[in-house]
Design a protein around this ligand. Structure first.
Ligand SMILES: C[S@@+](CC[C@H](N)C(=O)[O-])C[C@H]1O[C@@H](n2cnc3c(N)ncnc32)[C@H](O)[C@@H]1O
Length: 278
Protein backbone atom coordinates (compact mmCIF):
# COMPACT_ATOMS: atom_id res chain seq x y z
CA UNK A 1 0.00 0.00 0.00
CA UNK A 2 1.44 3.37 -0.95
CA UNK A 3 1.39 5.84 1.93
CA UNK A 4 0.01 9.05 0.44
CA UNK A 5 -3.45 10.60 0.00
CA UNK A 6 -5.21 8.52 2.70
CA UNK A 7 -8.35 10.68 2.76
CA UNK A 8 -8.70 10.71 -1.01
CA UNK A 9 -8.17 6.94 -1.03
CA UNK A 10 -10.84 6.70 1.62
CA UNK A 11 -13.24 8.09 -0.97
CA UNK A 12 -13.45 11.63 0.42
CA UNK A 13 -14.43 14.37 -2.00
CA UNK A 14 -14.34 16.91 0.76
CA UNK A 15 -12.10 19.70 -0.62
CA UNK A 16 -10.47 20.34 2.76
CA UNK A 17 -9.52 16.66 3.11
CA UNK A 18 -8.09 16.55 -0.42
CA UNK A 19 -6.06 19.68 0.37
CA UNK A 20 -4.75 18.15 3.60
CA UNK A 21 -3.58 15.11 1.66
CA UNK A 22 -1.89 17.31 -0.92
CA UNK A 23 -0.02 19.35 1.64
CA UNK A 24 0.98 16.19 3.49
CA UNK A 25 2.35 14.78 0.23
CA UNK A 26 4.43 17.93 -0.30
CA UNK A 27 5.64 17.79 3.31
CA UNK A 28 7.09 14.35 2.56
CA UNK A 29 8.25 15.25 -0.97
CA UNK A 30 9.28 18.93 -0.94
CA UNK A 31 10.64 20.11 -4.27
CA UNK A 32 8.93 17.27 -6.18
CA UNK A 33 7.46 19.51 -8.91
CA UNK A 34 10.75 21.14 -9.75
CA UNK A 35 12.50 17.75 -9.61
CA UNK A 36 10.09 16.35 -12.18
CA UNK A 37 9.22 19.27 -14.48
CA UNK A 38 12.11 21.68 -13.89
CA UNK A 39 14.47 19.75 -16.14
CA UNK A 40 12.09 19.86 -19.12
CA UNK A 41 12.38 22.83 -21.45
CA UNK A 42 10.68 24.34 -24.47
CA UNK A 43 12.23 23.79 -27.90
CA UNK A 44 14.34 26.89 -27.27
CA UNK A 45 15.49 25.86 -23.83
CA UNK A 46 13.14 27.65 -21.39
CA UNK A 47 11.40 26.07 -18.42
CA UNK A 48 7.82 26.82 -17.41
CA UNK A 49 9.25 28.94 -14.58
CA UNK A 50 11.15 31.05 -17.15
CA UNK A 51 7.96 31.51 -19.21
CA UNK A 52 6.04 32.79 -16.18
CA UNK A 53 8.84 35.14 -15.09
CA UNK A 54 8.84 36.55 -18.64
CA UNK A 55 5.11 37.28 -18.31
CA UNK A 56 5.82 39.85 -15.60
CA UNK A 57 5.56 43.22 -17.32
CA UNK A 58 8.51 45.57 -17.50
CA UNK A 59 8.10 48.18 -14.77
CA UNK A 60 6.34 45.80 -12.37
CA UNK A 61 7.22 46.37 -8.72
CA UNK A 62 5.41 43.70 -6.72
CA UNK A 63 4.75 40.07 -7.76
CA UNK A 64 3.30 37.10 -5.88
CA UNK A 65 3.90 33.42 -6.68
CA UNK A 66 0.82 31.44 -5.65
CA UNK A 67 1.70 27.91 -4.50
CA UNK A 68 5.39 28.73 -4.80
CA UNK A 69 6.62 25.34 -3.57
CA UNK A 70 10.38 25.23 -3.03
CA UNK A 71 10.86 28.51 -4.87
CA UNK A 72 12.24 27.95 -8.41
CA UNK A 73 10.01 30.71 -9.79
CA UNK A 74 10.74 33.01 -6.83
CA UNK A 75 14.44 32.63 -7.56
CA UNK A 76 13.88 33.79 -11.15
CA UNK A 77 11.62 36.65 -10.04
CA UNK A 78 14.38 37.88 -7.74
CA UNK A 79 16.64 38.34 -10.77
CA UNK A 80 14.15 40.97 -12.07
CA UNK A 81 14.23 44.59 -10.90
CA UNK A 82 11.25 44.09 -8.56
CA UNK A 83 10.80 45.80 -5.20
CA UNK A 84 8.68 43.05 -3.62
CA UNK A 85 8.44 39.30 -4.28
CA UNK A 86 5.94 37.27 -2.25
CA UNK A 87 5.75 33.47 -2.12
CA UNK A 88 2.58 31.85 -0.78
CA UNK A 89 2.26 28.16 -0.01
CA UNK A 90 0.44 26.02 2.53
CA UNK A 91 3.36 23.66 2.98
CA UNK A 92 6.02 24.75 5.49
CA UNK A 93 8.54 22.18 4.20
CA UNK A 94 8.35 23.67 0.69
CA UNK A 95 8.69 27.21 2.06
CA UNK A 96 11.77 26.20 4.07
CA UNK A 97 13.46 25.06 0.85
CA UNK A 98 12.39 28.29 -0.89
CA UNK A 99 13.97 30.32 1.92
CA UNK A 100 17.16 28.28 1.75
CA UNK A 101 17.57 28.77 -1.99
CA UNK A 102 16.66 32.48 -2.08
CA UNK A 103 18.71 33.47 0.97
CA UNK A 104 17.92 36.63 2.89
CA UNK A 105 17.04 38.91 -0.03
CA UNK A 106 15.06 41.66 1.77
CA UNK A 107 12.61 41.91 -1.16
CA UNK A 108 11.31 38.38 -0.48
CA UNK A 109 8.38 37.53 1.81
CA UNK A 110 7.24 33.96 2.32
CA UNK A 111 3.74 33.36 3.65
CA UNK A 112 2.43 30.04 4.89
CA UNK A 113 -1.13 30.63 3.80
CA UNK A 114 -3.80 29.29 1.56
CA UNK A 115 -4.64 30.85 -1.80
CA UNK A 116 -7.91 32.24 -0.54
CA UNK A 117 -6.51 33.69 2.70
CA UNK A 118 -3.23 35.49 2.02
CA UNK A 119 -3.54 39.19 2.74
CA UNK A 120 -1.43 41.16 0.26
CA UNK A 121 -2.45 44.20 -1.81
CA UNK A 122 -1.25 46.34 -4.74
CA UNK A 123 0.42 43.59 -6.71
CA UNK A 124 1.44 44.06 -10.34
CA UNK A 125 1.23 40.33 -11.00
CA UNK A 126 0.16 37.03 -9.47
CA UNK A 127 1.81 34.04 -11.13
CA UNK A 128 1.33 30.36 -10.43
CA UNK A 129 3.20 27.32 -11.77
CA UNK A 130 1.10 24.15 -11.55
CA UNK A 131 -0.60 25.28 -8.35
CA UNK A 132 -3.60 27.61 -8.86
CA UNK A 133 -5.67 24.87 -10.49
CA UNK A 134 -5.36 22.67 -7.39
CA UNK A 135 -6.85 25.22 -5.05
CA UNK A 136 -10.30 25.01 -3.55
CA UNK A 137 -12.69 26.70 -2.98
CA UNK A 138 -11.61 28.23 -6.28
CA UNK A 139 -14.06 31.16 -6.22
CA UNK A 140 -12.57 32.36 -2.93
CA UNK A 141 -9.04 32.06 -4.35
CA UNK A 142 -10.04 34.07 -7.44
CA UNK A 143 -11.71 36.72 -5.26
CA UNK A 144 -8.53 36.98 -3.21
CA UNK A 145 -6.35 37.29 -6.33
CA UNK A 146 -8.68 40.04 -7.57
CA UNK A 147 -8.31 41.87 -4.23
CA UNK A 148 -4.54 41.50 -4.29
CA UNK A 149 -3.99 42.85 -7.82
CA UNK A 150 -3.93 46.52 -8.65
CA UNK A 151 -5.98 47.57 -11.73
CA UNK A 152 -4.13 46.44 -14.85
CA UNK A 153 -2.21 43.79 -12.89
CA UNK A 154 -1.55 40.41 -14.52
CA UNK A 155 -2.76 37.00 -13.39
CA UNK A 156 -0.94 34.20 -15.20
CA UNK A 157 -0.72 30.49 -14.44
CA UNK A 158 0.57 27.34 -16.05
CA UNK A 159 -1.78 24.41 -16.39
CA UNK A 160 -2.65 21.46 -18.62
CA UNK A 161 -3.39 22.36 -22.21
CA UNK A 162 -7.08 22.20 -23.10
CA UNK A 163 -5.77 21.11 -26.52
CA UNK A 164 -3.73 18.18 -25.15
CA UNK A 165 -5.86 15.78 -27.23
CA UNK A 166 -4.13 17.18 -30.33
CA UNK A 167 -0.86 15.61 -29.09
CA UNK A 168 -1.49 11.90 -29.74
CA UNK A 169 1.36 10.47 -27.64
CA UNK A 170 0.56 12.61 -24.60
CA UNK A 171 -3.17 12.01 -25.03
CA UNK A 172 -2.58 8.25 -25.14
CA UNK A 173 -0.42 8.41 -22.00
CA UNK A 174 -3.16 10.29 -20.15
CA UNK A 175 -5.99 8.06 -21.39
CA UNK A 176 -4.27 4.87 -20.25
CA UNK A 177 -3.33 6.46 -16.92
CA UNK A 178 -6.81 7.83 -16.21
CA UNK A 179 -8.44 4.46 -16.98
CA UNK A 180 -6.32 2.72 -14.33
CA UNK A 181 -6.93 5.48 -11.73
CA UNK A 182 -10.67 5.40 -12.48
CA UNK A 183 -10.83 1.62 -12.14
CA UNK A 184 -9.11 1.75 -8.74
CA UNK A 185 -10.86 4.90 -7.45
CA UNK A 186 -14.20 5.12 -9.24
CA UNK A 187 -15.54 7.86 -6.97
CA UNK A 188 -12.48 10.12 -7.12
CA UNK A 189 -13.50 13.32 -8.88
CA UNK A 190 -10.00 14.59 -9.79
CA UNK A 191 -7.82 17.38 -8.45
CA UNK A 192 -9.15 20.89 -7.94
CA UNK A 193 -12.43 22.36 -9.11
CA UNK A 194 -13.53 20.79 -12.42
CA UNK A 195 -14.22 24.21 -13.91
CA UNK A 196 -10.50 25.09 -14.05
CA UNK A 197 -9.93 22.34 -16.63
CA UNK A 198 -11.92 23.79 -19.54
CA UNK A 199 -12.18 27.12 -21.34
CA UNK A 200 -15.90 27.16 -20.73
CA UNK A 201 -15.42 26.46 -17.02
CA UNK A 202 -12.83 29.22 -16.73
CA UNK A 203 -15.17 31.67 -18.44
CA UNK A 204 -17.81 30.87 -15.85
CA UNK A 205 -15.36 31.48 -12.99
CA UNK A 206 -13.82 34.81 -14.00
CA UNK A 207 -16.22 37.74 -13.87
CA UNK A 208 -15.78 40.12 -16.84
CA UNK A 209 -16.25 42.96 -14.35
CA UNK A 210 -13.10 41.95 -12.50
CA UNK A 211 -10.88 40.50 -15.25
CA UNK A 212 -10.24 41.02 -18.95
CA UNK A 213 -10.91 37.98 -21.18
CA UNK A 214 -8.11 35.45 -20.75
CA UNK A 215 -5.72 34.16 -23.36
CA UNK A 216 -4.58 30.54 -23.38
CA UNK A 217 -1.12 30.13 -24.89
CA UNK A 218 -0.05 26.59 -25.62
CA UNK A 219 3.54 25.49 -25.34
CA UNK A 220 5.40 22.20 -25.20
CA UNK A 221 8.12 21.03 -22.86
CA UNK A 222 10.42 18.55 -24.51
CA UNK A 223 11.54 15.42 -22.67
CA UNK A 224 14.83 14.33 -24.14
CA UNK A 225 15.50 11.10 -22.25
CA UNK A 226 14.92 7.37 -22.53
CA UNK A 227 11.27 6.39 -22.25
CA UNK A 228 11.89 4.56 -18.92
CA UNK A 229 13.21 7.79 -17.40
CA UNK A 230 10.28 9.79 -18.74
CA UNK A 231 7.78 7.25 -17.38
CA UNK A 232 9.40 7.48 -13.93
CA UNK A 233 9.42 11.28 -14.11
CA UNK A 234 5.71 11.44 -14.91
CA UNK A 235 4.88 8.88 -12.22
CA UNK A 236 6.48 11.30 -9.73
CA UNK A 237 4.80 14.40 -11.20
CA UNK A 238 1.17 13.28 -11.35
CA UNK A 239 -0.47 13.03 -7.92
CA UNK A 240 -2.86 10.40 -9.26
CA UNK A 241 0.02 7.97 -9.68
CA UNK A 242 0.41 8.07 -5.88
CA UNK A 243 -3.24 7.15 -5.58
CA UNK A 244 -2.77 3.99 -7.56
CA UNK A 245 -1.95 0.69 -5.89
CA UNK A 246 1.52 -0.76 -6.48
CA UNK A 247 -0.02 -3.05 -9.10
CA UNK A 248 -1.89 -0.16 -10.74
CA UNK A 249 1.25 1.91 -10.85
CA UNK A 250 3.23 -0.93 -12.40
CA UNK A 251 0.43 -1.33 -14.96
CA UNK A 252 0.56 2.42 -15.70
CA UNK A 253 4.30 2.23 -16.23
CA UNK A 254 3.95 -0.72 -18.60
CA UNK A 255 1.15 1.02 -20.52
CA UNK A 256 3.23 4.18 -20.82
CA UNK A 257 6.28 2.31 -22.09
CA UNK A 258 4.05 0.68 -24.69
CA UNK A 259 2.77 4.12 -25.79
CA UNK A 260 6.26 5.65 -25.75
CA UNK A 261 7.53 2.73 -27.85
CA UNK A 262 11.22 3.44 -27.21
CA UNK A 263 11.03 7.15 -28.06
CA UNK A 264 13.74 9.30 -26.47
CA UNK A 265 12.15 12.64 -27.39
CA UNK A 266 8.57 13.47 -26.45
CA UNK A 267 6.73 16.80 -26.49
CA UNK A 268 4.46 17.38 -23.51
CA UNK A 269 1.75 20.00 -24.04
CA UNK A 270 0.98 22.61 -21.37
CA UNK A 271 -0.65 26.02 -21.45
CA UNK A 272 -0.34 29.44 -19.87
CA UNK A 273 -3.54 31.30 -19.03
CA UNK A 274 -3.17 35.07 -18.76
CA UNK A 275 -5.62 37.85 -17.91
CA UNK A 276 -5.56 41.32 -16.42
CA UNK A 277 -7.38 42.85 -13.47
CA UNK A 278 -9.74 45.57 -14.60
C1 LIG B 1 2.40 21.00 -7.95
S1 LIG B 1 3.10 21.94 -6.64
C2 LIG B 1 3.86 23.30 -7.50
C3 LIG B 1 4.96 23.97 -6.71
C4 LIG B 1 5.73 25.07 -7.49
N1 LIG B 1 4.84 26.10 -7.97
C5 LIG B 1 6.45 24.44 -8.66
O1 LIG B 1 5.88 24.41 -9.75
O2 LIG B 1 7.59 23.97 -8.48
C6 LIG B 1 1.68 22.71 -5.91
C7 LIG B 1 1.99 23.57 -4.71
O3 LIG B 1 0.80 24.27 -4.33
C8 LIG B 1 0.68 24.24 -2.92
N2 LIG B 1 -0.76 24.39 -2.64
C9 LIG B 1 -1.75 23.53 -2.96
N3 LIG B 1 -2.93 24.03 -2.60
C10 LIG B 1 -2.69 25.24 -2.04
C11 LIG B 1 -3.52 26.26 -1.50
N4 LIG B 1 -4.84 26.12 -1.44
N5 LIG B 1 -2.92 27.38 -1.04
C12 LIG B 1 -1.58 27.53 -1.11
N6 LIG B 1 -0.74 26.60 -1.61
C13 LIG B 1 -1.30 25.47 -2.08
C14 LIG B 1 1.29 22.92 -2.51
O4 LIG B 1 1.70 22.94 -1.16
C15 LIG B 1 2.46 22.80 -3.49
O5 LIG B 1 3.63 23.38 -2.98
Amino acid sequence: MRPFFPRVRGGSRDAAAVLDDLVEYHRSNPGVTEATLGALTTRDGRTGYDLLAERVAAGAQAVLDLGCGNGPLLERLLTLPLARVVGVDLCAAELALARARCGDDPRLELLEASGHAFDVRDLDAVVSHHAFYLMEPIEAVIANVARALRPGGTFAWITSSPRAAEHPVFAALMTRFAAITRREHPTFGGWGDRRVWSEEGLRSLFSPELFTPFSIDDFVLVAREPSEALADRLLRFFYSAELQSDEGRAETRRAWLEVLDGRDRVELPWAMVTMRRR
